[in-house]
Design a protein. Structure first.
Length: 204
């Protein structure tokens, strides 16, 4: 009888040790607070800026040698912070018609500002080189030039990373503007007149 109880006890012990142990609870994942931080952009995403804030018409006009007027077309591009069409106005005094000069009422360039993304030099450089554009650092933190065939001529689209605001500015010359120097001068004047104060909402 005593042998039977010993056999039953051993069998019970064997049954207990053969059962699967409860699975261990996985260690809680460590959260990274910085991963939830909102990306800082030059302008709040979705907020449009009127061209009067982005384009200093008088100063840019003086830099490029034209009296300028601006037409705000920001609502036409949902992805842009501002779209500003720069038109040549009537120059003071008797106008001088020079070869290659724009007539009054012609488009100098359309300036498109992209300020809803934290642009960087490497990113813009890669985008430009991937598209076969020439890059340089003589205007802004980096600038690119894209050649666009236009019949017997070429037009030059200049993209600039503005160093103070970190906005990407695309200067697309008007249909009759084939002058790279003029388009780059427009881009340079934009960079020199645009700053962080220009992006602040107007005081009520």
């Amino acid at each position: 009888m005593r042998g039977i109880w010993r056999w039953l006890a051993a069998l019970g012990l064997l049954a207990c040790t053969s059962q699967d142990a409860p699975p261990a609870k996985p260690a809680p994942k460590k959260t990274n607070p910085s991963a939830w931080k909102e990306i800082e952009t030059p302008v709040a995403v979705g907020r449009k800026l009127p061209c009067a804030q982005v384009v200093a018409v008088d100063k840019i006009g003086a830099a490029v040698g034209y009296a300028l007027e601006v037409v705000d077309q920001s609502q036409k591009d949902p992805d842009a912070t501002s779209v500003c069409r720069l038109m040549t106005g009537k120059p003071p005094g008797k106008p001088k018609k020079e070869k290659g000069a724009l007539e009054a009422g012609e488009e100098l360039a359309t300036v498109t500002a992209y300020c809803w993304y934290p642009w960087s030099v490497p990113e813009i450089k890669k985008r430009c080189t991937d598209q076969g554009e020439e890059t340089a650092t003589d205007i802004g933190d980096i600038n690119c030039v894209r050649k666009v065939p236009a019949g017997e001529h070429e037009r030059f689209v200049v993209t600039v990373l503005e160093p103070d605001t970190r906005c990407k500015l695309v200067v697309n010359p008007g249909p009759a503007n084939y002058d790279l120097a003029l388009t780059k001068a427009t881009a340079k004047a934009l960079v020199e007149t645009l700053d962080k104060d220009s992006l602040k909402p107007p005081k009520q």
